[in-house]
Design a protein around this ligand. Structure first.
Ligand SMILES: Nc1ncnc2c1ncn2[C@@H]1O[C@H](COP(=O)(O)OP(=O)(O)OP(=O)(O)O)[C@@H](O)[C@H]1O
Ligand SMILES: [Mg+2]
Length: 222
């Protein structure tokens, strides 16, 4: 059992996209998954509404909306009922995001290889260090490039900056900027559920998910 949280302090980096695809990927492996929408914007909830429509109700996971300081307690009471929990947080350093980072085992942080995003690195380190100091067990933090440029050379600078940070490990798999992600999301589907899936998008995101589930470092008590 693991609690995952998609996190990060920059808006639009792909947290919801990753949370939705990851929830569906886990549920397709037979796990009973709870998707927690911890963002007031309600992106994961809207996605699930579209999914209900597309799949005629059979979404394959359970969705709840939880925000604020209460999130931590509520997730803790629910964790025995599910195989995995995935929490999608909002973009700012809010109470919801902090309580999600305290209750989670693993943080997945998408990062766009753009200068404005790289400039937020100091803040991200600061937030993660503060979170780690208020936890009993360390949080596993995976940062990866999302909406990366199709030409690899363009991602190099960001990858270099991310690979030498003190507060997280940099994932050696990236997700490129592909229309397949918004196209699938607009139907409430994961990229690998489309009738004619974008094979590159599917392989990228599956490699990422395989990597993060193979590097969980779940505390021995779970
Ligand atoms: N790899 C990708 N390629 C192309 N588009 C993407 C990719 N990942 C996400 N997007 C698109 O980028 C936009 C922002 O993504 P998403 O909503 O997942 O980010 P977010 O971090 O949750 O944003 P917010 O700050 O609003 O919570 C969406 O339109 C989404 O479809
Ligand atoms: Mg979002």
């Amino acid at each position: 059992m693991a609690i995952y949280v998609t996190s990060g302090i920059k808006g639009g980096s792909g947290r919801s996209t990753i949370a939705e695809n990851f929830t569906i990927w886990l549920s397709r492996q037979g796990f009973d998954v709870l998707l927690v929408d911890a963002d007031e914007q309600g992106t994961a909830s809207d996605f699930t509404t579209w999914r209900e429509y597309t799949l005629e109700g059979n979404v394959g996971y359970t969705l709840v909306q939880l925000v604020g300081a209460n999130l931590r307690k509520q997730v803790e009471t629910m964790k025995t009922k599910y195989d995995h929990i995935v929490i999608d947080t909002g973009g700012r350093d809010t109470t919801s995001q902090r309580s999600a980072l305290i209750v989670a085992d693993i943080a997945l942080i998408p990062f766009q290889p753009r200068s404005h995003d790289v400039w937020t690195l100091a803040k991200l380190n600061e937030m993660l260090e503060e979170i780690q100091s208020s936890r009993l067990e360390p949080l596993t933090v995976h940062v990866f490039l999302n909406r990366a440029d199709i030409t690899s050379a363009d991602n190099r600078e960001a990858a270099e900056a991310l690979s030498t940070q003190p507060s997280f490990s940099f994932v050696p798999h990236l997700v490129k900027n592909r229309k397949a992600y918004p196209n699938a999301a607009s139907k409430g589907l994961a990229v690998f559920e489309m009738e004619e899936p974008d094979k590159k998008a599917v392989s990228e995101i599956e490699e990422l998910f395989k990597y993060v589930t193979a590097h969980e470092r779940i505390p021995a008590t779970r």
